[in-house]
Write a protein that binds this ligand. Structure first.
Ligand SMILES: *[C@@H]1O[C@H](CO)[C@@H](O)[C@H](O)[C@H]1NC(C)=O
Ligand SMILES: *[C@@H]1O[C@H](CO)[C@@H](O)[C@H](O)[C@H]1NC(C)=O
Ligand SMILES: *[C@@H]1O[C@H](CO)[C@@H](O)[C@H](O)[C@H]1NC(C)=O
Length: 341
């Protein structure tokens, strides 16, 4: 039975609401008090990520999306993958799955670095340390008052509140000519570095930034592990963490989170070709759990690639299983499906 005391308030409430605002959100934007949908009062640095909940999803082959980077961010993905090819003829890094899918316009800079930079710029348009404008000077003291030594002077793409340091992970998969490609990747990151956006490693310490770059594929590990100061990290092999870490110039390094914030593994080979079509056996569970445990012991987050894509119920079953068994990143091609998962 309805509570007679509540009933009148419901009516009063809805009467006021219908008077103040039209019912459709589209129409709402044109509503007079703010001056129409283009009114500057309706613009804020947090605009782009309105209503997006950040998720530990890796946008696999991100460059293949209609709108690279920004589409993944619109779903809340916290990780983006770029496969890079160094073309020996012009020494430029291009992105694509294979050399047949490259075009002159689709460079690493244009498809990946620039949109990522613009996204973080957008979140920092009133940041007193990064830009000088009326808003940033007006709010400089207020911003300084909430800063601590653990909350760096930038806003992450997703507004997660003061001091939140969860970066967007950019995984750069080197496809050819490892040594030269790696040098090119480092110089292509300069616009992000210059703005202070890159997460850095300095003598055992990690200094957070709104982006963390992780080298994958043919990335030369000695160029990462052997450096005392760097702004790049390494994607370790999930199935190899029990083996000794890398040895660079006679020095033995360990697999840990300051070298690799993430470790990735081939799902099919780790699980003995589990397809997700049937329920997992105990043995399959243990094959997943044991590598996840080993990574977590070292503070490293886990990602399985080559997980089943079809049938959809098998794909979903595997992703669910991975989450249940404590794996961190979900590798996704279909972002809308995974965002609703
Ligand atoms: C609002 O901005 C959009 C995009 O810049 C433009 O196409 C549109 O004409 C503008 N509308 C009004 C009413 O100014
Ligand atoms: C990771 O290992 C390196 C040496 O290989 C060490 O300098 C660093 O402090 C370690 N980090 C953690 C979090 O253990
Ligand atoms: C495998 O792990 C899942 C998730 O924890 C669990 O629901 C399932 O019962 C396990 N299967 C077996 C055979 O242990």
């Amino acid at each position: 039975m309805l509570n007679p005391w509540i009933l009148p308030f419901v009516f009063v409430g809805s009467a006021i609401a219908s008077k103040l605002a039209p019912s459709s959100p589209e129409v709402l934007l044109d509503y007079e008090p703010f001056g129409g949908k283009n009114a500057s009062i309706l613009k804020s640095p947090a605009d782009w990520n309105r209503n997006t909940y950040p998720i530990f999803v890796h946008s696999h082959n991100d460059y293949e999306r209609r709108v690279p980077v920004l589409e993944a961010l619109s779903y809340g993905a916290l990780s983006i993958e770029s496969d890079v090819w160094l073309n020996p003829k012009d020494e430029v890094l291009y992105v694509g799955h294979d050399p047949f899918s490259l075009t002159t316009k689709r460079t690493f800079h244009a498809i990946t670095v620039k949109p990522l930079m613009q996204a973080i710029d957008q979140a920092n348009t009133a940041n007193a340390v990064h830009v000088r404008n009326d808003a940033s000077s007006l709010f400089a003291d207020l911003q300084a008052s909430v800063a601590t030594k653990d909350s760096p002077w930038w806003n992450g793409y997703y507004s997660l509140g003061v001091g939140n340091t969860q970066p967007i992970q950019l995984m750069v998969d080197i496809k050819n000519d490892a040594e030269n490609s790696w040098k090119k990747v480092l110089s292509a990151l300069e616009p992000l570095r210059k703005r202070g956006y890159l997460t850095r490693y300095e003598y055992g310490k990690v200094i957070p930034g709104p982006i963390i770059v992780v080298g994958a594929g043919a990335t030369p590990i000695e160029q990462v592990a052997g450096k005392h100061k760097r702004d790049v990290f390494y994607d370790c092999q999930l199935a190899e963490l029990r083996k000794p870490g890398p040895k660079v110039q006679g020095i033995q390094y360990e697999w840990n989170s300051t070298l690799c914030p993430i470790a990735s593994g081939d799902f099919a080979s780790i699980t003995g070709d589990y397809t997700g079509v049937h329920m997992p056996s105990k043995k399959i569970n243990e094959s997943i759990s044991s590598v996840v445990r080993e990574a977590h012991k070292r503070g490293i987050k886990t990602r399985f690639w080559d997980t089943p894509a079809w049938p959809a119920y098998a794909r979903d079953r595997v992703n669910k299983l991975l989450l249940e068994l404590g794996s961190d990143w979900i590798n996704a091609d279909d972002l809308s499906a995974i965002a609703k998962f």
